[in-house]
Design a protein around this ligand. Structure first.
Ligand SMILES: Nc1ncnc2c1ncn2[C@@H]1O[C@H](COP(=O)(O)OP(=O)(O)OP(=O)(O)O)[C@@H](O)[C@H]1O
Ligand SMILES: [Mg+2]
Length: 394
């Protein structure tokens, strides 16, 4: 298993997470439309890669990433492109005349990388088309012989957010409305399902649009952190090839420092343990392990954390919301937990009391904070994020 930091993994580099995979499979088998909810860098894309590479019988996956898409029309165009390019589409054994016609029409507006055996490419430029309608017709006409097409849309929530930023609330609501109609199309429910992801919270965003009714059909599945046992075994797999001597006790003691055991954080730690091993040799005792943990915050790892921050920056309203969030995170970073009453005071101080609760909810979905066990305050999710915030942002 290679230590691939920052990029989604597949094949033997994927540390198997059978519980979450089974949960998704079960939800899909039961006919649900699924929303995989997790902050940045938690492993959504890697999980989708795994699903695509390991389909259950009669499942055909299509993967689309729509992170930079900011219009309703290009969203459906992209989904149509991915369906047309998917291996299952190329291998269809039954293609009706209607399906051939729809495909041909779409291909006059979408360039794809593969050839489709049952249609000849035409160079004609067709009339303008409505991609949403054409995609729906295409899916309705598909004969999967009892199989299911599972369309995975990675960063769906980003698309919604992009549309909101670019064209406003009404257009964002219209986008959600069209998508809801597609998911509910009775001619499709027995053969097409959706698996969506987002690394910004869908619920707070939709609340802002007053559109909670538009997503209430989605089954939300969270991706939990690794257990300590899982993280320990991932750690061992990642150092396997390096001949590093380290006891389970030492591994566990540095994992406990991480707090929030996401594969990404384990990867960063392993990178630094290997670095310490290369300069100081075996065995990696508590002292060297501690040094490795400190090195995670080295300047060279800054790029990995900037990505969390970029997204936060992009979505905060300049002025009161931005100032409020910075002050809250600065304060939480300084203490173990910050009382809700103080958060409220900070909202008042920054003229942000009317909507601060939604912003606090977003910070939780974004993976920064969680509520303390007694519900009286907030803590950083991860001591790694906390230290990084203290060192580079506050
Ligand atoms: N199951 C896993 N096995 C090994 N590495 C993993 C696993 N899940 C995630 N990772 C690692 O964690 C990091 C984030 O993974 P991935 O890109 O899949 O997450 P993501 O949630 O899609 O992130 P983003 O929100 O940035 O798109 C990567 O460095 C990846 O290598
Ligand atoms: Mg991803």
């Amino acid at each position: 298993m290679r230590n691939i930091i920052g990029q989604a993994v597949s094949g033997s580099d994927f540390f198997e997470r059978p519980q979450i995979i089974q949960k998704i499979h079960r939800a899909l088998r039961n006919g649900n439309q699924v929303y995989l909810s997790a902050p940045r860098r938690v492993g959504k894309t890697s999980i989708m890669n795994y699903l695509q590479d390991n389909p259950e019988t009669n499942q055909h996956y299509v993967y689309a990433i729509t992170q930079s898409i900011d219009t309703t029309s290009t969203f459906y165009q992209e989904i149509a492109r991915q369906v047309l390019e998917s291996p299952s589409f190329g291998k269809l054994t039954k293609a009706s005349e209607t399906l051939k016609k729809i495909t041909k029409n779409l291909l006059q507006h979408i360039t794809i990388k593969v050839s489709i055996p049952f249609v000849e490419l035409s160079t004609e430029k067709g009339q303008a088309i409505n991609f949403q309608i054409e995609l729906e017709k295409l899916l309705e006409e598909l004969d999967l012989e009892g199989g299911k097409l599972i369309i995975m849309v990675d960063e769906f929530t980003e698309t919604l957010d992009n549309i909101l930023i670019k064209d406003g609330k009404q257009e964002a609501r219209r986008f959600l409305q069209t998508f809801r109609e597609l998911m509910h199309n009775r001619k499709l429910t027995h053969k097409v399902q959706f698996l969506l992801t987002g690394s910004i919270g869908l619920q707070p965003l939709v609340k802002k649009l007053e559109g909670s009714d538009l997503i209430n059909q989605l089954l939300v599945i969270d991706i939990p952190p690794l257990t300590e046992d899982e993280a320990c075994s991932l750690f061992r797999r990642l150092i396997q090839a390096d001949g590093i001597e380290i006891t389970d006790e030492t591994i566990r003691s540095i994992l406990q420092k991480i707090d929030w055991l996401m594969p990404f954080h384990v990867q960063l730690l392993v990178q630094e343990v290997i670095d310490v091993f290369e300069s100081l040799g075996n065995p990696i005792d508590e002292g060297k392990a501690k040094q490795a943990f400190e090195q995670v915050f080295h300047q060279r790892n800054r790029i990995y954390f900037e990505q969390y921050y970029e997204r936060l920056k992009k979505r905060l309203e300049p002025g009161s919301e931005y100032n409020f969030v910075h002050e809250v995170l600065n304060r939480v970073a300084q203490t173990d937990s910050l009382e809700k009453a103080i958060v409220h005071d900070l909202a008042v101080k920054n003229n942000f009391s009317a909507s601060y609760k939604a912003t606090m909810e977003s910070l939780q979905y974004d993976g920064y904070l969680h509520e303390t066990a007694d519900n009286q305050g907030y803590r950083f999710n991860s001591s790694i994020l906390k230290t990084w915030w203290k060192k580079y942002v506050s």
